[in-house]
Design a protein around this ligand. Structure first.
Ligand code: ADP
Ligand code: MG
Length: 466
């Protein structure tokens, strides 16, 4: 089961807080206990030490007065209050004990053995009472001989109370802190994660139809703010490409519809007319032109679509670009001659490019075709293929109509034509240059243009040479 980030965040830091508070409480209680025991030990050992001196006669005999309590009172005053004292003979039998001790402090065997060996032992001893006791067992040794054992005990009674009240403060305190921290954390997590909720809601709303939607920009400029901004940029790019696709589809349909309309009109007229063979032939010839036009557009569209698919998977064979240029030159020479345009090759260096022969040939053809098309009678078109370092440069320079600065940025766009009215005469659908650009870029190259209205245009295609 997947919990929300909010739940997990809250759970984890609440749990962490709980554990660290518990650890703090435990360490605190433990060191407090240690301090208490240390002080207790100091107190009982000092009494035990003094006892040793009080019960030994200068002769080395043990002397216990009849009234043990009075002796204690006289020797220690109130300092013995709360202490339980007993004296044992070397065999372990009790010879005297303070009157507050209404039971015998038992001496466990290991403690007794330690005493015989002359060692002092501190231990916690269970008593018949409610509270355990801290007891020190100290042997009295004279000239290497055990003559008695002194035991002094102190009850944990008072301390128990302190620890009870400590627990009474600590436990509810810890629980309350955890609950409050959990609640505040739950609230803060919601606040911090609110932009995510908004981003999700917006992303869910977005379809191709409302790509103008944006994630609200009032989210803070932190990680989530940047995420929102990045998503907005992504939506913007999507919006742009959708717009382009729509534009492209619209243009394509329009371009195909025009020749169809003309075809339909001409054929309808021909059907209505008398059986005039010459007229019929004229109509058929004109229809054929429109059909050619449509096939050209459809072929160009297919080329573009193919190149979109092919991107990155283009053939990579060595292609002699100079051979492509001379081949296309031969192919277009007649067209240039018919248009009274002088077509020349100024330079044709042997250059090899890695790529697709058919596509490269298409690029060369399109550029020369445009140059002839947009150059007046008596103009010139010059081709050159050169190598500069690792780059092959193919240039088509014409003395034609040129392109104005306003149109220049758009001529590589699909279906863009400068003079739409004229195009019907010279043919073309405004797809040639966009195809050329795609071809150049697919080969890792570029296509650029320099032009001046009335003076002429130069297109330069550059490729990395093999
Ligand atoms: N050599 C050139 N001289 C002047 N204008 C040109 C030249 N080449 C292209 N253009 C302009 O760029 C437009 C787009 O060219 P292109 O994509 O090849 O379409 P098309 O040739 O089908 O019209 C042309 O319509 C024309 O206006
Ligand atoms: Mg063209």
């Amino acid at each position: 089961m997947a919990f929300s980030i909010r739940t997990r965040l809250t759970f984890w830091y609440t749990a962490l807080l709980f554990v660290s508070l518990l650890a703090f409480g435990a360490v605190f209680s433990y060191s407090l206990l240690k301090t208490f025991v240390y002080r207790m030990d100091n107190q009982i050992i000092s009494i035990a030490d003094m006892m040793v001196h009080s019960v030994i006669r200068p002769s080395g005999q043990i002397f216990i007065p009849k009234d043990f309590d009075i002796m204690l009172e006289r020797h220690f005053g109130v300092r013995t209050a709360g202490s339980y004292i007993q004296v044992l003979e070397p065999h372990g039998n009790v010879i005297a004990k303070s009157s507050n001790l209404d039971f015998s402090l038992n001496v466990p065997p290991p403690t007794y053995r330690a005493a015989i060996d002359g060692a002092t032992t501190y231990e916690v001893v269970k008593t018949v009472g409610k509270y355990p006791m801290r007891v020190v067992t100290k042997p009295i040794v004279l000239d290497g001989k055990l003559i008695a054992i002194v035991q002094v005990g102190s009850s944990f009674e008072g301390m128990d109370e302190i620890f009870h009240s400590l627990a009474f403060i600590l436990i509810p305190g810890i629980l309350a802190s955890v609950v409050v921290a959990g609640a505040v954390g739950w609230f803060l997590a919601r606040k911090a994660l609110k932009p995510v909720t908004e981003i999700t809601a917006t992303a869910r709303k977005i379809t191709a139809e409302n790509l103008d939607e944006r994630i609200r920009s009032d989210v803070p400029q932190d990680e989530l703010g940047r995420l929102a901004a990045t998503m907005n940029e992504m939506i913007e790019r999507l919006e742009k490409s959708f717009k382009q696709i729509r534009q492209f589809t619209g243009d394509a349909s329009h371009e195909l519809k025009t020749p169809l309309t003309i075809l339909k009109g001409e054929i309808e007229m021909a059907l209505r007319s008398k059986d005039d063979v010459r007229y019929m032939k004229e109509v058929l010839a004109s229809s054929l032109e429109e059909i050619d036009r449509m096939s050209y557009i459809v072929k160009s569209l297919l080329d573009l679509a193919k190149m979109d698919v092919e991107k990155g998977a283009l053939a990579k064979e060595p292609v002699r670009l100079d051979k492509v240029v001379s081949d296309r030159y031969e192919h277009l020479r007649k067209r240039a001659f018919d248009s009274a345009v002088q077509l020349d090759i100024l330079e044709n260096k042997p250059v090899t490019v890695l790529g697709d022969q058919v596509r490269l040939s298409q690029l060369v053809y399109n550029l020369i075709d445009n140059a002839i098309k947009y150059t007046h009678k008596g103009g010139r078109v010059e081709l050159s293929l050169a190598q500069e370092g690792q780059t092959a440069l193919f240039k088509v320079k014409d003395t034609g109509v040129g392109i104005s600065a306003e149109d220049l940025p758009f001529i590589f766009d699909r279906f863009y034509r400068v003079d739409k009215a004229r195009t019907r005469e010279v043919g073309g659908a405004g797809l040639g240059l966009s195809i050329c650009k795609e071809i150049a870029e697919a080969h890792g190259g570029t296509l650029s243009v320099v032009s001046q209205t009335g003076t002429g245009t130069t297109f330069t295609a550059s490729f990395p040479s093999a």
